[in-house]
Design a protein around this ligand. Structure first.
Ligand SMILES: Cc1cc2nc3c(=O)[nH]c(=O)nc-3n(C[C@H](O)[C@H](O)[C@H](O)COP(=O)(O)OP(=O)(O)OC[C@H]3O[C@@H](n4cnc5c(N)ncnc54)[C@H](O)[C@@H]3O)c2cc1C
Length: 385
């Protein structure tokens, strides 16, 4: 945590205490009931967590991205769904701060900072999420309005989000196709329905929705930055922080699984000794600790690069790829360390095992991260210092 100020360390400590005292004792029951964590989200608002990426004059306390990473890790250590509820919110806040007009910043950022308005992003469609240039949702200009038609899917927090950053084609005939894509800042209203909730392996409590737009109308002032055809490039920039956020969630899940395994390996005995003394189990713990530490360094490295203002898709991609694969491996090995109890819903490791794959698939799959990383390695002439 060398890069955090004293004030930032104090913020991380407050969140860690909240997680230990209020999240971990209830997470298992809420998760199994697939219950929206209303009270925990309200407490996160009180703690100012939804505003941590929104600086003055719109928010009160903005922190560095390394600090944001540590806060996200702590939340995910308690329950990944809580950290997930902040992911799209942060991407949309950064999009508005970076590309929004003054009016858009005034309209959205102060209420996003308090959590009064929560935001999500709608990119993925039933026909595909990786190939965003092939999206089919359209926003056709009609006087002072856009008329939106199409379907989005897997949209996190869609029902409870007061703001949706929608990726749509304002010019479906543009070539290359990305030049016809724009971002609209839309709200719930006539013509927009939450058409279904998607059933999931994990990431419970937080809704994942399909959204149907049927002649939905929004004023042209909803166009991010008042500029058409920039939405794809804007979103690629937004996904840098999104991928760092997902990598931080993976750190939290990996850490929770490691800490549970470390504790259990000292409590459980077989053949007359604690199981950690069996070399196979000790090796799992050693590998978990080494890979988790490496993953954290990669994520903090990406966070520092992001704060430098330089392009950070290579760093964010490497962090997300490595941290998510690490979390999955640690979650599986934590199940092994717990033996039969690792398969029991009376322990938390089965939840980590169900939550970890989301970070492999979400925010651009790890196959897509590898494509981004390879392209950037060639573009930058190798691995930068
Ligand atoms: C719980 C959850 C929450 C989500 N939240 C959101 C959200 O809030 N907003 C949002 O917009 N989306 C969200 N998503 C969607 C997510 O971003 C997509 O699922 C993801 O981008 C992959 O898209 P897809 O599912 O259509 O897979 P596809 O694009 O169909 O890919 C299928 C497989 O093919 C591989 N593949 C595809 N193209 C390539 C290529 N060029 N090179 C190598 N491999 C390739 C993929 O890696 C994958 O393995 C969420 C998903 C989940 C599961």
């Amino acid at each position: 945590m060398a890069t955090l100020s004293d004030e930032e360390r104090a913020i991380v400590a407050v969140v860690a205490e909240f997680v230990d005292r209020e999240v971990r004792p209830v997470a298992r029951d809420l998760e199994h009931a697939n219950e929206y964590p209303e009270e925990l989200i309200a407490k996160m608002k009180q703690l100012g967590i939804f505003g941590l990426a929104i600086p003055e004059p719109y928010g009160d306390v903005a922190v560095s991205t390394p600090c944001y990473v540590r806060v996200t890790e702590e939340l995910a250590r308690g329950w990944m769904s809580l950290a997930g509820a902040m992911g799209g919110h942060t991407v949309v806040a950064k999009l508005i701060m970076t590309f929004g007009t003054d009016a858009q910043k005034q309209q959205w950022l102060p209420r996003m900072a308090t959590g009064e308005v929560r935001a999500t992003m709608a990119l993925t469609e039933p026909g595909g999420g990786s190939d965003l240039q092939a999206l089919t949702t359209t926003a056709a200009r009609d006087g002072d309005e856009y008329v939106v038609n199409g379907t989005k899917t897997w949209i996190t927090n869609a029902r409870r989000s007061g703001l949706i950053a929608l990726l749509a084609k304002t010019d479906p005939r543009a070539r290359p196709a990305h030049r016809g894509i724009s971002i609209l800042l839309v709200e719930h209203g006539d013509g927009l329905t939450v058409s279904r909730d998607l059933p999931k392996l994990g990431y419970k409590g937080v809704e994942s929705c399909e959204l149907s737009f049927a002649d939905y109308r929004t004023p042209v002032s909803a166009l991010l930055g008042k500029v058409e055809g920039q939405g794809f490039a804007q979103m690629m920039k937004g996904l840098e922080i999104g991928r760092i956020q997902v990598a931080s969630r993976a750190l939290g899940v990996g850490r929770a699984a490691f800490e549970d395994a470390l504790r259990y390996a000292q409590e459980r005995e077989s053949f007359g000794k604690p199981i950690w003394r069996h070399q196979s189990i000790g090796n799992y713990l050693a590998d978990m600790a080494a890979s988790l530490t490496a993953a954290r360094q990669l994520v903090l490295h990406a966070a520092e690069r992001y704060d430098s203002g330089d392009r950070s898709d290579l760093e964010a991609g490497m962090a997300k790829l490595f941290a998510s694969e690490t979390a999955m491996t640690i979650a599986l090995n934590a199940v092994r360390v717990h033996g039969g109890y690792g398969y029991s819903t009376e322990f938390d490791v089965e939840r980590y095992f169900r939550d970890a794959p989301l970070m492999i698939v979400g925010e651009g799959t790890n196959e897509i991260q590898r494509n981004v990383i390879a392209a950037q390695l060639v573009a930058r002439g190798g691995l930068p210092d």
